[in-house]
Design a protein around this ligand. Structure first.
Ligand SMILES: [Zn+2]
Length: 458
């Protein structure tokens, strides 16, 4: 079945360099056949294409962009929002670990469905997840989130996270939420075997993701990297999020966080790091030379007062940079569209008015994220042959009508209504409402999950 969108401003993001977002058609058309984009052009579609289309969407008053790619998230945290709201990262973690120790399959299923549902509502078509809390007897947590992603209809890159450096070993997490190394490695390998799909167009791809230098041993880091590379899957972790982490690494390893992970074989084109806020010039150069990606999470970094990544320097150096909402416990909004806005604003707040253009920010949210996940040949831009992951935004209502530049409306204005979100050619959102799942059920189940976790923590 073919779907035609016409009359919208089409912002393709088909260029990977310069300061523009690539080809833009002030009024254009896009045709989707099955799960692929088959035609992109200016003006109305050819008559024969319109006649044979199974569905024609009138995009007038709208801007069509590639679907957004979320490169860092902890879905389970949707059930622990609004806690430790004024703490530093280490204070926040110390308060939250005991709450997270209560997660089980049902909590993860409900929290991830709600978080992914809201991501879809904010223009996201592909999301990662970084789950690293696996209490004994908690059930099949990864299967729960994979089933939630399938129900909502998003393209999904879950990672099998882990922690093995408990408090008794000098780490930060309580011993009750860490696993031993052999258990981590066998569960990680099982996750790849069960869920990873290397085929083109895959809806699920798995990556390997020990939590962070202050919750994981060096041995787990190196063995996890070897495991990932044996299976041809990507590697992910948190790095250089706060100044505290820098102190921790210097004291414990006599190195900066980047030097430390470099010594463990953890920089490379198959690796992406969440945050990367506190990088010196040498670290930026190492990221660039090795092709290591960055998941920039501006709202979470601001929420925890951690600082802000050097996006301009990273992009100029050629580092792959995408955007991430991070877990909802440090970003209650969980909105990818908001990350686009914050990426532009916070970069300018510290780097001046030219630090990040609105089209640069849009590119981070789309093509940049695709590159970080190793999928820039398939998603992240509106081009013939790419997967039909598209977001159609209304910019003709009260908050946006009359804004001269539709990309500025999206990046700097209020969040616009989402007319249509397609993932793999399938409608997931129509007129600001999820059509794959019942939003009210998601909200009710998420509230139940939060209540259960708080009761268990008492
Ligand atoms: Zn995180």
């Amino acid at each position: 079945m073919t779907l035609l969108v016409e009359g919208a401003t089409v912002v393709t993001v088909d260029s990977d360099s310069g300061s523009g977002a690539g080809t833009e058609h002030p009024t254009g058309h896009v045709v989707v056949d099955g799960n692929r984009i088959t035609l992109v052009g200016p003006g109305p579609a050819p008559d024969d294409v319109r006649r044979s289309a199974g569905r024609v969407v009138d995009g007038s008053g709208c801007v069509l962009t590639p679907g957004f790619v979320n490169t860092h998230q902890h879905l389970y945290q949707w059930a622990t929002r609004g806690l430790a709201v004024d703490g530093t990262l280490f204070e926040w973690l110390t308060e939250l670990y005991p709450v997270w120790a209560g997660v089980d399959e049902e909590v993860v299923r409900s929290a991830s469905a709600a978080a992914l549902g809201w991501l879809a509502r904010t223009g996201c078509t592909t999301s990662t997840d970084h789950h690293y809390v696996f209490p004994a007897g908690a059930g099949d947590l990864l299967a729960a989130e994979v089933s939630s992603a399938a129900a909502v209809g998003l393209r999904f890159h879950p990672t099998r996270g882990s922690m093995d450096l408990g408090r008794s070993q000098g780490g930060l997490p309580p011993d009750s939420v860490v696993e031993d190394l052999d258990a981590v490695l066998s569960a990680t390998e099982a996750a790849i075997t069960r869920f990873h799909d290397p085929a083109p167009g895959a809806m699920v791809r798995v990556a390997v993701a020990p939590c962070s230098p202050f919750s994981v041993t060096a041995k787990l880091m190196t063995e996890a990297a070897a495991l990932a590379r044996r299976h041809g899957v990507r590697l992910h972790t948190h790095l250089a999020e706060t100044a505290d982490e820098e102190d921790f690494c210097r004291e414990r390893f006599g190195a900066t966080p980047t030097e430390y992970v470099d010594s463990l074989g953890w920089l490379g084109p198959d690796v992406w790091m969440a945050h990367a806020v506190h990088l010196d010039d040498a670290a930026v150069a190492r990221f660039a030379a090795t092709g290591t990606g960055v998941a920039h999470c501006p709202s979470s970094n601001a929420r925890l007062g951690a600082g802000i990544a050097r996006t301009r320097d990273l992009v100029d150096a050629g580092v792959p940079v995408g955007l991430g909402v991070d877990g909802a416990a440090s970003n209650e909004a969980g909105s990818l569209l908001e990350e686009l806005r914050h990426a532009a604003l916070f970069a300018r707040a510290v780097g001046g008015p030219t630090a990040l253009g609105v089209r640069d920010a849009l590119r981070l949210a789309t093509r940049g994220g695709a590159r970080v996940l190793g999928r820039d040949g398939e998603i992240g831009s509106i081009e013939v042959g790419k997967l039909a992951d598209l977001a159609l935004w209304r910019v003709d209502t009260l908050p946006h009508a009359g804004i001269a530049d539709p990309v500025a409306a999206l990046a700097l204005g209020s969040p616009p209504p989402l007319r249509l979100l397609l993932v793999d050619g399938r409608a997931v959102v129509e007129d600001d409402r999820l059509v794959t799942v019942d939003e009210d059920v998601l909200a009710r189940d998420a509230a139940t999950a939060s209540r259960i976790l708080l009761e268990r923590a008492e």
